[in-house]
Write a protein that binds this ligand. Structure first.
Ligand code: SF4
Ligand code: SF4
Length: 452
């Protein structure tokens, strides 16, 4: 989830269910180039390409069928097709406890469409949430993320949800400034705390306000021994001057670091080159030894995907790993549900409603106009950010495509090439069994997007 976005799309024309003829280039494997020189990789890439085309065609068709039938998805009766609004056996129930925030980061994506601050209180009853869960999520393994605005501004709601659903796993995504107000009862139940920072002290304070970085670290120091799980830094890589040292320092303060390339026009001049240099250093550090995992989630995830591509199939049906197409359910304070927290300003993206007790499959799906089917990175990238791809290639926002999405995709391909140069399979072969498990099954993959 990229929650930082200055850029407002120039077009919000919605083509959620447009079924388009596949372009000739996507229909044929002939002429598809991959940079990989191994026959294995070529085979994997070709099969992923076919898979993408299949998904793109299938999901558009499924969406249309569901939309035509009713807002309430019904059994499709088609073998091999997901009959539920949720793909797979897990679901992340992201509960926005308020859209209020105590900080005023100017780049916050919730500022698009005036979402931020628009709903200050939860507008549905807990028994409506309970009815929604038992109707649509029965039998799933549910993990709930408290999110906002700043979720800790509504501790009462968080406590009530934790008491109502004792079997859920819980995560908190917070700016960290109010962590010292969170009661022990909540802290002890959290499997992961995602703390948003922008890099090191200088950069974080520039975006969030003077003294914020130290305040967050101080708060973490106060509560860390009370938390039940891990603490993960969530970095939106917005500033081209973010350095290797900034990110490396976070790996010493937090259990894990997740970074995501900002979905904003921040890739001009030498910004791409600077990011490449930092990425090269991070990847060199990642492969520097075999006796510990360097806890940078996007690198861990990409290496995992390259070595064991089947994991993405098992966990995300081979689809985008932010979960927005498969099993991420964002419940706004008024009860409306959207697949991506960055698109809550688009009514056509509504996926359900807690008060009305309905849920349909995510409208944010692979589309034949997206370029992933012809991309060498698809076998391990799996479509990165569906919001970005949707804005660039479905709504045809050319400026967003050129200035945001293409540079990010270039960085992703660059990461893949640098990782390949370290022979990741040989590195993995030397890991101890516990380290292999950490790389393949790290629980934090379920709480963030995996891809940058
Ligand atoms: S599509 Fe996924 S990765 Fe992109 S902003 Fe939405 S949740 Fe995040
Ligand atoms: S790098 Fe971009 S085009 Fe390639 S698979 Fe990932 S999202 Fe798709």
């Amino acid at each position: 989830m990229a929650h930082y976005r200055l850029y407002a799309p120039s077009s919000v024309e919605i083509k959620v269910n447009a079924i388009e003829e596949q372009p000739a280039s996507a229909k044929s494997q002939e002429g598809t180039q991959t940079k990989s020189d191994s026959a294995d990789n070529q085979q994997r890439s070709a099969s992923a390409t076919t898979h993408w085309q299949f998904l793109a065609a299938q999901t558009n068709e499924t969406m249309t069928a569901n939309m035509e039938q009713s807002a309430y998805p019904t059994q499709s009766g088609i073998p091999g097709r997901c009959d539920s609004a949720i793909t797979g056996h897990r679901v992340e129930l992201q509960l926005l406890t308020t859209l209020k925030c105590n900080l005023k980061c100017s780049y916050c994506s919730l500022g698009v469409g005036d979402v931020l601050g628009s709903q200050q209180h939860v507008g549905y009853e807990l028994d409506q949430l309970e009815r929604f869960v038992s109707t649509h999520l029965a039998g799933k393994e549910i993990y709930a993320t408290f999110y906002g605005g700043e979720p800790t501004l509504n501790l009462e709601f968080m406590t009530a949800v934790m008491r109502l659903f004792p079997l859920f796993r819980f995560q908190l995504q917070t700016n960290g400034t109010l962590l010292d107000n969170v009661p022990d009862e909540i802290l002890g139940r959290l499997s992961n705390i995602l703390v948003s920072v922008d890099g090191g002290e200088k950069i974080t304070d520039r975006y969030r306000g003077r003294g914020i970085y130290r305040q967050v670290l101080r708060n973490l120091g106060h509560v860390r021994h009370l938390t039940g799980g891990t603490v993960t830094a969530r970095v939106t890589w917005s500033d081209p001057d973010t350095s290797f040292a900034d990110i490396d320092e976070l790996t010493r303060t937090f259990d894990y670091v997740y970074f995501q390339f900002v979905a904003d026009e921040k890739y001009g001049k030498d910004a791409l080159q600077k990011r490449r240099a930092v990425l090269s250093e991070l990847i060199a550090r990642f492969f520097a030894n075999n006796d510990a995992i360097y806890p940078v989630i996007p690198l861990m995830g990409i290496v995992r995907n390259k070595i064991l591509p089947n994991r993405a199939q098992e966990l995300y049906a081979g689809m985008t790993q932010c979960r927005a197409s498969t099993h991420l359910v964002n419940v706004m304070p008024d009860g409306k549900i959207f697949p991506c927290p960055d698109m809550m300003y688009l009514p056509a993206m509504q996926q359900g409603d807690v008060t009305g007790n309905w849920l349909r499959p995510s409208p944010l799906q692979a589309h034949t106009d997206m370029p992933c089917g012809d991309c060498e990175a698809l076998p391990w990238c799996r479509g990165n950010c569906m919001k970005n791809l949707y804005l660039a290639y479905v709504t045809k926002d050319e400026r967003y495509r050129r200035n945001v999405v293409e540079p990010i995709c270039a960085l992703i391909r660059f990461i893949g090439e640098v990782i390949d140069s370290y022979a990741p399979g040989d590195w993995y072969a030397k890991l101890s069994p516990p380290l292999r498990r950490e790389l393949t099954d790290c629980e934090v993959y379920e709480y963030v997007e995996v891809m940058p």
